[in-house]
Ligand binder design. Sequence first.
Ligand SMILES: Nc1ncnc2c1ncn2[C@@H]1O[C@H](COP(=O)(O)OP(=O)(O)OP(=O)(O)O)[C@@H](O)[C@H]1O
Ligand SMILES: NC(=O)c1ccc[n+]([C@@H]2O[C@H](COP(=O)(O)O)[C@@H](O)[C@H]2O)c1
Length: 239
Amino acid sequence: MSSCLKPTRTVLLAVGSFNPPTNMHMRIFELAKDFLQKNDHEVLGGIISPVHDQYAKKGLVSASQRCSMVKLAIETSNWINISEWETQQEGWSRTAETLRFHKTALNDIHSEYEWAKQIHAKMPDKESPLNINLKLLCGADLIESFAVPGLWKDEDIQDIVCNYGLVVISRSGSNPQLFIYESDLLTRLQRNISIVPEWIPNEISSTKIRRALRREESVRYLISDSVLNYIQSNHLYTN
Ligand SMILES: Nc1ncnc2c1ncn2[C@@H]1O[C@H](COP(=O)(O)OP(=O)(O)OP(=O)(O)O)[C@@H](O)[C@H]1O
Ligand SMILES: NC(=O)c1ccc[n+]([C@@H]2O[C@H](COP(=O)(O)O)[C@@H](O)[C@H]2O)c1
C-alpha cells in the first residue's frame, strides 16, 4: 500500500466473449491488481463474466463451452473467479445491468453465488455494510467501442464510469488517452477511469487464436495448456 489511508475494497469484473480465454485475459487482471494495490485499493478478487449466447458474434462457441474454458484458464489463479450469471439469463445483458447485479450480490454477505463466497472468504472482518466497490476491467478496445453509434447508451456509459469506475489496459493499436480527450462525457468523468499501461505489449487476441487454430498453427503458450486440450478434444475453431 502506498499510504496510510484505509484501502478501498475493490473487485474487478471483466465482460467479454472469452472465445477462447487467452493468457492476456488473465494478464489484464494481474496488471490491474498491481496498479490498484499501489493506489490504495485492496483487491479482493476478480470476476470473469462470459457473454450470453444471444450476443451472437461470428464464430462464438456455446456459452457452456466458453465457461468450461474459462474455468480451466483460472485454475492456476487464487483470486480470479467466473460468474455464469450472464449466460444464464433469458437473453443478452447490457454491461451496466451485469455490473449492477454483481455489485449487489457482492455486498450481500449471504450471497449464494460461488464467486461471491470466494471473495467474502478473503475478508477478515465481514462487518456490515461490506462496502465492496466493483470496477469494470477492460482493454482499450472496449472503451473505444463506446463511440460505435447505437452500441452503448449514454446513460449506461455515465452509470458505468460514475457508479463503478473503469480500469483500462492499453492495447496495441489503441490510444485510450486520446479517446477520452475526444469525448466530453469521458473527460468529465475521467477521475473514475484508470489507464494502466502494458509495458510488455503483445498482440494476443481471441480472434488471432481462432485464426491460428483454423489454420492448424500452434497456439501453445498463448493460451493455457488445459484450454488448448479442451479445444482439441472438442474440435473447436477448426473452421
Ligand atoms: N491483448 C489484450 N490486451 C488488453 N486487453 C485485452 C486483450 N485481450 C483481451 N482484452 C480485454 O479482455 C476483455 C474481454 O475480451 P474479449 O473476450 O472480447 O477478447 P478479445 O481478444 O478482444 O476478443 P475477440 O478477438 O474475439 O474480439 C475486453 O475488455 C478486452 O479488451
Ligand atoms: N451496451 C452495452 O452494454 C454493451 C455494448 C457492446 C458490448 N458490450 C459487452 O462488451 C463485451 C464485448 O465483448 P467482445 O469484445 O468479445 O465483443 C461483451 O461482454 C458485451 O456484452 C456491452
